[in-house]
Write a protein that binds this ligand. Sequence first.
Ligand code: NAD
Ligand code: WQD
Length: 340
Amino acid sequence: MSRILVTGGAGFIGSHTTVELLESGYDVLVVDNLSNSTAAMIDGVEKITGKKVPFAKIDCSDYEQMDKLLSQYNDIVGVIHFAASKAVGESVQKPLLYYKNNILSLITLLELMKVHKISNIVFSSSCTVYGQPDKEYLPVTEEAPIKPALSPYGNTKQINEEIIRDTAHSDESLHATILRYFNPIGAHPSALIGELPNGVPQNLLPFITQTAAGIRKELKVFGNDYNTPDGSCIRDYIYVVDLAKAHVKAIDRMLEHKAEEQVEVFNLGTGRGLSVLELLNTFMKVTGVNIPYQIVGRREGDIEQVWADPKKANEVLGWKADTSVEETLLSAWRWQQTLG
Ligand code: NAD
Ligand code: WQD
């Protein structure tokens, strides 16, 4: 059998991907230090799949512990590296924490992959590397220029992409797939796993679902004076289960030796831009729940509009994000209701 090491596998995207890997016949090994998740997510994955998930509560930047763990498995053929700190605002306050966690964990993994002869890695990158693309680059393809990062978090993604490229350049046995996610939302249809925001949600949909649940009084819409049809910002919201499936395709492609370049990059989005107000109104329509909201000033550092051109992933990976936004929003609401 082929086993995939999933770092950050108890997290939002990692848990959904672990489900898809198991359902596609892969074995897994999940490593997570639970700094932004709980072991209940692993229980959820086990309930959904009916399979036992080997799980180690380890910091993946701890070389010794990771080395010891990997020595116990001789069937690991690839790594999907989700483990990272991801709160943009916090990264501005605590840059060293972000540089240390996000960069050290990748370096440690790449070192250990060499030692344990694991030659395939999928890395979680982000559309944040494109910043605000110039008009001629919308929708965004993989060829759009990388813009100077707007936060230490964003910078860790750019640096990590460079570390992967340099390491692959120095070692022809290493293959990497860099996946640049747009805005992942929603939860598994079972409502057994989903997103667990830490404190007051910074991201739009968790704030909406918490407001719907009465945990927050009202949503603040950050700006309605942007140069967009309704004045609010535009993003490409992608269903997390669709996103998870792309990881299985990326792993399959590397294991089948189909990759045409040692390091391949794919944008993962729907190809459809939605404004904040459109997302909010669709949520209210499909759930029937009214969300009190107020238009306030712009949020510092926000990008006006960005959405993906997913053609490369569609054609090369044979993957498409095809879940409707209505179904996606309902899944997020069902998950929120399980949280109370
Ligand atoms: P998440 O916080 O839910 O998951 C990350 C997981 O990694 C958590 O369970 C956390 O406990 C774990 N972790 C963090 N540092 C660790 C370490 N040193 N050792 C072991 N475990 C560690 O976040 P997510 O939304 O699932 O994001 C997964 C990946 O995707 C991250 O790399 C993130 O930067 C990237 N990404 C996320 C988004 C998004 O909007 N959610 C968008 C683009 C890219
Ligand atoms: C979406 C839109 C807000 C909250 C962040 C990271 C990015 C990537 C995805 C990881 C924006 C508006 C939000 C609220 C609002 N993550 N909004 N009221 O900004 O696209 O990106 O997550 O790589 O790096 O920066 O996502 O969900 O924070 O915001 O009006 O209470 O919703 O202004 O227009 P964003 P988001």
